[in-house]
Design a protein around this ligand. Structure first.
Ligand code: GRF
Length: 211
């Protein structure tokens, strides 16, 4: 590709992963940041960086699929090459997700396939796991279920709480997500019915050391 990768980001929360993406000075152009929450910190992070924003509220739509069509339609109008879900906390209708196959990634705070969905830090502690982590995966219709491309791991100690895990893991997320987006922007990581890294089909998740 002879131009920077066009990247759109969807986020529901404070936007620290978006801030990490921006701070990483990636060879990409951020074309849009969208949210389902008009007060999301991520929107302010985007505005401060001069990135166009869009916010839509699900309660202004009759049902989930019409909301998804509207928000993802606005994303499509920005013609991104890649859509990054960075703390986007809504389940997306399968009919809408399918159009983004191979072009959308999500960051999830668990070592997928463990702990899809919410409360990952609590579930990790309850299970007595010695390790916790974050995963970046391609988005499919199954919630947190698409092919995992990269993971970061942290050890879990006896003094850990949901809060300490969240804080330590977030620092890992802030390194992992930009590294994955950089690999996509460089053409090292791509989708051809499955994730390919350096033209080889991925058989296990990448780590920061590979990226
Ligand atoms: C992150 O932990 C992300 O993995 C999860 O939601 C959180 C978003 O944080 N899906 P932020 O909005 O990027 O600060």
């Amino acid at each position: 590709m002879d131009r920077p990768l066009r990247v759109a980001v969807l986020a529901s929360g404070r936007g620290s992963n978006l801030a990490a993406l921006i701070a990483a000075r990636l060879p990409v152009e951020f074309v849009l940041v969208g949210s389902d929450k008009s007060k999301a910190g991520a929107l302010q992070v985007a505005r401060d960086a001069g990135i166009p924003t869009v916010a839509m509220s699900p309660k202004d739509f009759p049902d989930r699929v019409s909301f998804d069509r509207a928000l993802f339609g606005a994303v499509a109008e920005a013609t991104p090459d890649l859509l990054v879900l960075a703390g986007y906390m809504r389940i997306i209708d399968a009919s809408v997700v399918s159009a983004w196959e191979g072009r959308a990634i999500n960051i999830h705070p668990s070592l997928l396939p463990k702990y899809q969905g919410l409360h990952t830090h609590r579930r990790c502690l309850e299970a007595g796991d010695a390790e916790h982590g974050a995963s970046v995966h391609f988005v499919t219709a199954e919630l947190d279920g698409g092919p995992v491309v990269a993971q970061a791991r942290i050890n879990v100690g006896p003094a850990d709480t949901e809060e300490t895990l969240a804080t330590r893991l977030l620092a890992e997320e802030h390194a992992l997500l930009p590294a994955v987006v950089r690999a996509i922007a460089m053409g090292r990581l791509r989708w051809d019915d499955a994730p390919l890294f350096d033209n080889h089909r991925l058989t296990s998740p990448l780590t920061l050391a590979h990226l």
